[in-house]
Design a protein around this ligand. Structure first.
Ligand SMILES: Cc1cc2nc3c(=O)[nH]c(=O)nc-3n(C[C@H](O)[C@H](O)[C@H](O)COP(=O)(O)OP(=O)(O)OC[C@H]3O[C@@H](n4cnc5c(N)ncnc54)[C@H](O)[C@@H]3O)c2cc1C
Length: 318
């Protein structure tokens, strides 16, 4: 029951850590309270695990210490992971912008990690609940399956999201027990929910290529209307930077200067919603105009109206 390293949590981080420690000839044990390992990996990437991004760089990581990930990423690059995936003959494809997904299922990544664990002689104990941890000469991990002793202890029990599939605040509790500083947590990569529905519910399902900005950060990708607010890759990204009291600015026409478009069509007899339907999904332009403006032919718009509408298209404040 004595190990060089005990790792609590058989998720992506814990399993990878176990493989590396095992490869170095250490006796390694992974403790997992679920019956299965890697449940979050299974649901990742919509079931196809977006396992890496070939353009991932230190700048893409958010940290109070931006240098923290530099050495790790220098020693293990996205390409190293791609090589591992290829070695296990897992088929994959680039969805877009360097995002690599499994062609079949996320399960392939779990199988790969399990095979690597086996090769590195890693022992895995599932359905194992930790009752208490204390440290004398060794870390003593008291569980429902006995007491395990570890020279080193790695807590890889993940973040707080998705408690349904086993996420807990265990890591934070242990950090507190051992007097480690904790950075306050906040939701990350999440959809935004409108405080007032704003009549946008009927737009659910519409995606628009946009530039989304907040707190001096911008992302160009799709936004997706949902029944409760906004989601889609650009919104998920900006959620990391958005602060409660501040607006998120959305450029709904990133390829056009809306003011210029109106100027060029000053004399048009087309109604606003029809005109915008050339650049945006019809259902969106109809609702956007009826929610915010009077729908009338372009030639009837005065300068102030044109400026206001153009601004709300190139810089919609949510
Ligand atoms: C819906 C969704 C989709 C995602 N898609 C992607 C994607 O496509 N690509 C990507 O890179 N990332 C994706 N992510 C993020 C990614 O899943 C996580 O960043 C990653 O799984 C974190 O790994 P981890 O090992 O730190 O934590 P986790 O995967 O959460 O693993 C922690 C493990 O610890 C176990 N555990 C918790 N408490 C205890 C305890 N007390 N005792 C024993 N075991 C415990 C848990 O059961 C779990 O198995 C997605 C996340 C979600 C929620």
């Amino acid at each position: 029951m004595k190990f060089e390293a005990i790792i609590i949590g058989a998720g992506a981080a814990g399993l990878f850590c176990a493989i590396e420690a095992g490869k170095r000839g250490n006796r390694v044990l992974v403790i997992e309270h679920n019956a299965q390992i890697g449940r979050k990996i299974l649901i990742s990437g919509g079931g196809r695990c977006n396992f890496t991004n070939i353009h991932a760089k230190p700048e893409n990581f958010i940290s109070k210490n931006p240098h923290f990930c530099k050495s790790a990423l220098a020693r293990y690059t996205p390409n190293d992971f791609v090589e591992l995936v290829k070695k296990h003959r897992i088929e994959f494809y680039e969805k877009k912008l360097g995002q690599l997904f499994c062609r079949e299922s996320s399960r392939k990544i779990i199988e790969m990690l399990l095979a690597e664990c086996e090769k590195a002689n890693v022992e895995i104990c599932t359905n194992c609940t930790v009752k208490a941890i204390c440290k004398n000469d060794f870390f003593e991990i008291e569980t429902n399956q006995g007491i395990f002793y570890g020279k080193n202890l790695v807590v890889a029990t993940g973040g707080l999201s998705f408690p349904k599939i086993g996420a807990t605040d265990f890591g934070y509790k242990i950090a507190r027990q051992f007097g480690l500083k904790i950075v306050e947590t906040k939701p990350s990569l999440v959809p935004l929910i409108f405080s007032k529905n704003g009549n946008f519910g009927k737009l659910a399902g519409i995606a628009i290529d946009s530039i989304v900005s907040s707190d001096q950060q911008s992302f160009r990708e799709n936004i997706l209307f949902t029944h409760r607010g906004l989601s889609g890759p650009a919104i998920l990204q900006i959620s990391n930077y958005w602060q409660k009291a501040k607006a998120v600015s959305i450029d709904l026409l990133p390829n056009h200067d809306a003011l210029e478009l109106f100027e060029q069509n000053r004399d048009s007899k087309q109604n606003l919603d029809n005109f915008l339907g050339k650049f945006l999904p019809n259902r969106f332009s109809e609702t956007f105009i009826s929610n915010n403006f009077q729908n009338k032919p372009l030639y009837q718009l005065n300068r102030h109206e044109i400026e206001t509408i153009a601004k709300s298209l190139n810089s919609w404040q949510v």
